[in-house]
Design a protein around this ligand. Structure first.
Ligand code: SF4
Length: 73
């Protein structure tokens, strides 16, 4: 099991995570920030998702220019 952590308030809306990992990330039509699908907010603009399959999330972590995506195994 992996926990993906997205510090959404620091996203700069580049769109890269949603491009490489559309199963887990999408761009919000409301505020143009990346959204971690099916996640829960853990206070202060940080969102978390527990998942068994984090393969493409690792690509998103590698590509995010502001390093606001993290993973815990
Ligand atoms: S890659 Fe990072 S900065 Fe770009 S949209 Fe995703 S979370 Fe935001």
């Amino acid at each position: 099991m992996f926990k993906i952590i997205h510090e959404r308030k620091k996203c700069i809306s580049c769109g890269a995570c949603a491009l490489v990992c559309p199963a887990i990330f999408e761009m919000s039509e409301e505020d143009n920030l990346a959204t971690l699908k099916n996640s829960k907010e853990d206070g202060d603009g940080v969102f978390e998702l527990e998942t068994d399959n984090a393969d493409c999330a690792k690509e998103a972590i590698a590509i995010c220019p502001v390093n606001v995506i993290k993973i815990q195994e």
